[in-house]
Ligand binder design. Structure first.
Ligand code: IPE
Ligand code: IPE
Ligand code: MG
Length: 244
């Protein structure tokens, strides 16, 4: 594999971690075994992203639609979340990882909220990389909340309808302090975004791989970044303008 161009590292990579269940099924294991292995992949990919100089890594960990899974799987995922945050916290500190959560936190079980709040508070001054976990998240939920918040401000005359710009909308999303992702990766062969970051992905490059999430690691991340680096991002212009 070629070397990465250090001048073209995406600042922010968003990742739809998919395929834990299929990975487990192929091995005759329970779906939760796949999710447990998925946590190992998170650890490896976070480390790799940091070593490549990525500043923000957003992981889609639980969507608002995932509540519709069998109760046993939902409970298993919530327990895994609490255990992982608790167990990984010392390593996150050591690695200088700042933890941020986007999504409807209040809809999560109390012990999950507690461990997430604790994780965010104790890592808030870390500067090496920001790990954004999308939990109980969906883009339609986020945009609905944003519209509600802006409407209230207009109703209270804190804002005029004419003040509403793309920048103002961005400033009312859960990602207000995070730059938009340049690269979106989805594992496990599905070509859809499943209600993830609709607004923020407006100009992202998409990368799909058939590899299931538990098998995704440093080399796969590097391959995705290499693909990103080989693309011409024109933002509506023509090629000749970009080299001017
Ligand atoms: C992704 O793997 C993890 C979550 C959505 C929580 P899946 O559990 O969706 O695995 P597949 O897609 O069924 O194989
Ligand atoms: C998307 O994966 C959500 C997460 C990775 C958390 P899903 O497996 O839930 O998405 P669909 O059902 O294939 O669209
Ligand atoms: Mg899936």
């Amino acid at each position: 594999m070629k070397d990465l161009n250090q001048n073209k590292i995406p600042r922010h990579i968003a990742l739809i971690m998919d395929g834990n269940g299929r990975w487990a099924k192929q091995r005759g294991e329970h779906r939760l075994f796949g999710h447990t292995k998925g946590v190992d992949a998170v650890r490896e990919v976070l480390k790799a992203a940091k070593s490549f100089g990525v500043e923000f890594l957003t992981l889609y960990a639980f969507s608002t639609e995932n509540w519709n899974r069998p109760q046993e799987e939902v409970d298993g995922l919530m327990n895994l979340l609490v255990d992982s945050i608790t167990n990984e916290l010392p390593e996150l500190q050591l690695q200088g990882v700042r933890l941020v959560v986007i999504g409807d936190l209040k809809g999560l079980p109390g012990n999950c909220q507690q461990s997430l709040l604790n994780g965010m508070e104790s890592t808030k001054n870390n500067k090496e990389i920001t790990l954004v976990l999308a939990l109980n998240y969906s883009a339609k939920w986020e945009i609905t909340e944003c519209v509600r918040e802006i409407s209230l401000k207009v109703a209270k005359k804190e804002l005029l309808a004419n003040d509403i710009t793309p920048e103002l909308i961005s400033a009312h999303l859960t990602t207000r302090e995070i730059p938009d992702p340049e690269l979106l990766i989805r594992t496990s062969g599905e070509h859809r975004i499943s209600n993830f970051l609709l607004w923020q992905l407006a100009y992202a490059e998409f990368y799909f791989t058939d590899i299931h999430w538990p098998d995704f690691g440093k080399e796969e991340l590097k391959a995705a970044i290499l693909s990103y680096q080989s693309r011409e991002r024109r933002f509506g212009m023509v090629s000749e303008q970009l080299s001017e």
